[in-house]
Write a protein that binds this ligand. Structure first.
Ligand SMILES: [Zn+2]
Length: 522
């Protein structure tokens, strides 16, 4: 092996040397004797520490032109950033101590919550300067570059009609003392979170609510007073003989739609492999979805928070293999981290909605990504007129205001609700086929001929230390209201839908938003 380096040096035939960092260190003495015209360092973030051996060795090579390639957001750590800049363009930022004083310290300080107005201004000014200075030799290419080569993505937001039982329970919950007190702002603790939780459960399936209230009644020493009083009288709304094992689809609007959707996809899967990822934020909901799969004889595999980390990759690899027999992949949205790749599936259903749009975006990116060969279908299920629509509206309306950085660590506990917002959350709209469409003030009446599918991709920014204003945001930002306006809108009564899957479920659906990305590659 070592002879290859010798060959390269002694023969005039070779003009390029491709070598690993480890090998370079081993043969450094020989290689140092060569004069190179260009040095390209892949995975260049390895050079983020100027004191490590590899960096010292590379710096010692006789070569003036240096290029670093990296997929890591190098601006997120200003010290590492300095080391990388120093490698490709020595001296441009001055000495390390000067750099710290002029750039790093003011920028870091300006980002602390305690920063004064002056500190914030100074930090922003220095960040802008640093971006301008390094912008002459930093070239950024984002996910969008790859996205345009991916197969088409068909996204649908599906507003599912709630069942009679769901409506009755919903009304009962809204009339409870706890919710009325929330709206008067009289409670100091945060019972609204319990109320929101109960409504979300109800939207997923009434049996989840039934289970919760059974547990409360058994649990006599419960100190969760708010929750107990929220459930007061609720049991009488359930039909006689209702048990928590009764998770039939006839009681849940979304589950009815899901069952029809799965049947339609399953039929098609006999001719070509079609696999579905079912995503929920809740383990209990995944249990219901799993029971549904069992009931209809669909083979499934499952990954949630309880799956040992050591087994996860194995489950994913088996699933992505073309020999995998599973039709459904049950996935907890919080499990798996960023790297989880599920390109073996071409359909993804978001069964419930999270306050944090990043959770949903991450789930969608597991399927529509590098390596995907089929057209991808993404379905977001929302219960018409319910709190789910409100959460969705919050996701999209906030985006117009800030274009904010999406942070996966944000949960509902971090959200502060005003009384007005709570009033809105705790309102059930029974007379609208789509409150979100009403909110857009679109006058299409649910038969829009918006053919101009948006080509603009929803994009999140990595937290870039150089500030959002100066660097083009990377990756994925959630959909905004103005983008949603560009989607196709149609009501469930729409004559015929050109999507065969949507056509099969429209009976239980009051409204659709639909959009196709990369339709040209169809
Ligand atoms: Zn419309």
């Amino acid at each position: 092996q070592d002879h290859k380096v010798e060959d390269f040096i002694s023969s005039p035939l070779y003009s390029v040397l491709i070598i690993s960092y480890e090998m370079l260190l081993r043969c450094l003495e020989q290689i140092q004797a060569v004069e190179f015209n260009l040095l390209i360092c892949d995975e260049g973030h390895r050079l983020k520490n100027s004191s490590i051996k590899t960096t010292t060795a590379l710096t010692a090579l006789s070569c003036e032109r240096r290029i670093i390639l990296t997929g890591t957001p190098i601006q997120n750590d200003l010290q590492e950033f300095y080391a990388l800049i120093e490698f490709v363009n020595p001296g441009i930022l001055g000495s390390l101590s000067t750099y710290r004083k002029i750039y790093e310290e003011p920028i870091v300080k300006s980002r602390e919550p305690s920063a004064t107005k002056e500190e914030k201004e100074l930090g922003e000014k220095r960040a802008a300067e640093l971006t301008r200075l390094t912008g002459f030799f930093i070239l950024r290419r984002t996910q969008e570059v790859i996205n345009q080569f991916l197969p088409p993505k068909k996204e649908s937001i599906i507003f599912c009609l709630p069942t009679a039982l769901q409506l009755e329970l919903y009304r009962k919950l809204l009339s409870s003392q706890v919710i009325r007190s929330c709206l008067q702002g009289r409670l100091e603790s945060s019972p609204h979170l319990v109320c929101i939780g109960a409504l979300k459960k109800l939207c997923n399936h009434p049996c989840l609510l039934f289970k919760a209230l059974k547990e409360k009644t058994c649990d006599a020493v419960s100190d969760e007073q708010d929750e107990s009083s929220l459930y007061e009288g609720l049991i009488d709304v359930f039909p006689q003989g209702y048990t928590s094992d009764t998770c039939s689809e006839s009681d849940s609007g979304k589950l009815q739609v899901l069952v029809k959707l799965l049947a339609a996809i399953h039929e098609l899967s006999s001719s070509e492999r079609q696999v579905v990822v079912l995503v929920s934020n809740y383990t209990q909901t995944l249990n219901i979805l799993q029971e549904t799969c069992k009931h209809y004889g669909y083979s499934y595999t499952r990954l949630d928070g309880h799956t040992p980390v050591s087994q996860r990759q194995q489950i994913v690899d088996a699933f992505n293999s073309k020999f995998c027999s599973a039709f459904v992949f049950l996935l907890s949205s919080k499990a798996g981290g960023v790297g989880l790749n599920l390109v073996g599936a071409s359909h993804l259903v978001l069964y419930d909605i999270d306050w944090n749009p990043a959770t949903d975006i991450q789930a969608m990116a597991r399927v529509w990504r590098d390596g995907q060969k089929q057209t991808v279908h993404i379905y977001r299920l929302l219960t018409t007129g319910s709190i789910e629509e409100k959460i969705y509206q919050r996701q999209i309306s906030k985006q117009d205001l800030s274009g904010a950085v999406v942070d996966l660590s944000k949960t509902s506990e971090h959200i502060h609700f005003s009384i007005e917002e709570l009033k809105d959350l705790f309102t059930l709209h029974e007379d609208s086929s789509c409150v979100t469409h009403d909110l857009l003030e679109c006058d299409c009446m649910g038969s829009s001929e918006f053919q101009n599918s948006s080509t603009e991709e929803p994009t999140v920014s990595r937290s870039c230390q150089l500030g959002q204003n100066h660097v083009k945001p990377n990756s994925k930002k959630p959909l905004s209201m103005s983008q949603l306006m560009q989607w196709k809108h149609f009501s469930g009564q729409y004559q015929t839908l050109d999507d065969p899957f949507l056509e099969r479920i429209k009976e239980n659906v009051s409204f659709f938003f639909h959009n196709v990305t990369n339709s040209a590659s169809l």
